[in-house]
Design a binder for this molecule. Structure first.
Ligand code: FCB
Length: 463
């Protein structure tokens, strides 16, 4: 007799040990971004972006590599859709390059740029793949940077025109819209640390940039809804669980500050909680860039939260004894698994954030818009047996499944990335793809992880 049908907890135990079934309408996808894959940096009327400028600056990128050609997706998009189809993807998240649409950021429209995305969207739809558009994945038109970039409030106004134009043309076919990808990284790495374009190092610029990114988001939400009937509109932030280095009060407070700085700085204003006051006070931030009404605009309700998840941070206070709570990040604990980026593999953090976004922040729907790992793939191994990547994804999918069991409204999951690509300041040295790309010949090859993912999608379960 099968006792599991009679004893509920045994049934549950069985499901835990046997397989993890996902809902039938779960959206399994993969993600990319324009600058990282498209190439064709100066074709068909495209204007320069800050990444074109930055990557051509000697020393900015590993081995002075650029995204001039990248995966040549601009010309090979049909082949790429066929590959998505062979994996069985239900959805594809990609970004639109603003300088293809408005080469100067505002003003004169470049219809050829829009045509490219129309072809891509139509191709996806006829392959039964749902397009998820990200409007901004870091490639600001250079001419807007020349006028001050994101620290200039006018850039937010220019973004609204751009969002309006793209959604007017694609709104009849595209249902899922993500305004921004990781605005924290845009502001922080771009305007404070200088590791990303435009390469500035200025705290005030960072704060202003972050505020204007949120403002541009808030202003464009109603426009996207108006232009795209039935649109689901969201934003993608990157989240990191922050673990205190010890239970000492100073470390715990430092971790809380870091959480405020790294996670809640952009998250809290989106849900009408304003900027975290303890962070403003601790770092003594001037907040004079907030104008009346801004916080209401930023808190315009969204349909879903997009979450990029890669790792966690361990934080200690700079000087416990003298109560200097400045957060200091520590390296991953010894013995922990790390990816080629040096990031600790910490799958339970995905569960922690999914539940936090649900029960503390009450988002009605959540998508994991990026998760994945770089490992050194061996191209001589003709099948590219990327077992570490499979292990990484499996562990993270399992946490997503756990989150579903406790009521998290997780609707879908996008693996970063569909294919190896230009990994920003690391150039082509970090491979995140399900598909291997030979950057000399542009040959694409599905890695073992792509085959594995195909089976997960087809069966809807992890076994
Ligand atoms: C995220 C970015 C994405 C990619 C991954 C590895 O922060 O959104 O473009 O670089 O990291």
């Amino acid at each position: 007799m099968d006792t599991s049908t009679q004893i509920p907890y045994l049934t549950r135990l069985n499901s835990l040990t046997r397989d993890m079934q996902f809902p039938p309408d779960f959206v399994w996808g993969a993600a990319t971004s324009a600058y990282q894959i498209e190439g064709a940096w100066n074709e068909d009327g495209k204007g320069l972006s800050i990444w074109d400028t930055f990557s051509h600056h000697p020393g900015a990128i590993r081995d002075n590599q650029t995204g001039d050609i990248a995966c040549d997706h601009y010309h090979r998009w049909q082949e790429d859709i066929s590959l998505m189809k062979s994996i069985g993807l239900k959805a594809y998240r990609f970004s639109v390059a603003w300088p293809r649409i408005f080469p100067q950021g505002t003003g004169k429209l470049n219809p050829q740029g829009l045509d490219f995305y129309q072809r891509l969207v139509d191709g996806l739809l006829s392959a039964d793949i749902e397009p998820f558009i990200t409007l901004y994945h870091w490639d600001l038109p250079q001419s807007l940077q020349d006028q001050g970039g994101w620290p200039n409030r006018d850039t937010a106004k220019a973004f609204v025109q751009y969002a309006d134009q793209v959604s007017r043309v694609l709104g009849d076919r595209v249902k899922y819209w993500i305004t921004f990808n990781e605005p924290f990284i845009v502001a922080w790495l771009g305007y404070l640390i200088g590791e990303h374009a435009p390469g500035h190092k200025d705290r005030d610029e960072m704060l202003r940039a972050a505020h204007h990114l949120l403002l541009a988001h808030g202003w464009s939400v109603p426009i996207l809804r108006q232009n795209a009937p039935h649109a689901q509109v969201g934003i993608t932030l990157d989240f990191y669980p922050v673990t205190p280095a010890s239970s000492h009060f100073a470390d715990r407070y430092a971790a809380w500050l870091q959480d405020g700085y790294r996670n809640r700085w952009l998250l809290d204003p989106l849900v009408a909680r304003g900027y975290p006051p303890e962070v403003i006070q601790f770092f003594n931030y001037p907040m004079d860039f907030i104008q009346p009404g801004d916080l209401e605009v930023i808190a315009t309700p969204i349909d879903f939260m997009g979450m990029n998840y890669y790792s966690r941070q361990i934080i200690r206070a700079r000087d416990r004894e003298n109560e200097d709570f400045t957060p200091i990040p520590l390296p991953p604990p010894s013995g922990s698994e790390i990816t080629e980026m040096g990031w600790e593999v910490y799958p339970q953090g995905l569960f922690e954030w999914l539940t936090r976004l649900t029960y503390e922040y009450r988002f009605p729907a959540i998508y994991v818009t990026e998760n994945g790992a770089a490992y050194p793939d061996n191209p001589d191994d003709c099948r590219i047996e990327d077992t570490q990547r499979i292990h990484y994804l499996r562990e993270h999918f399992a946490q997503a499944w756990r989150a579903l069991q406790v009521g998290v409204p997780l609707k879908g999951y996008f693996v970063w990335s569909l294919m190896d690509n230009f990994e920003w300041s690391h150039g082509y040295t970090k491979r995140f793809g399900l598909i291997y790309v030979d950057f000399k010949t542009q040959e694409r090859r599905m890695k073992r992880s792509a085959h594995w993912y195909r089976q997960v999608i087809a069966s809807g379960k992890l076994d």
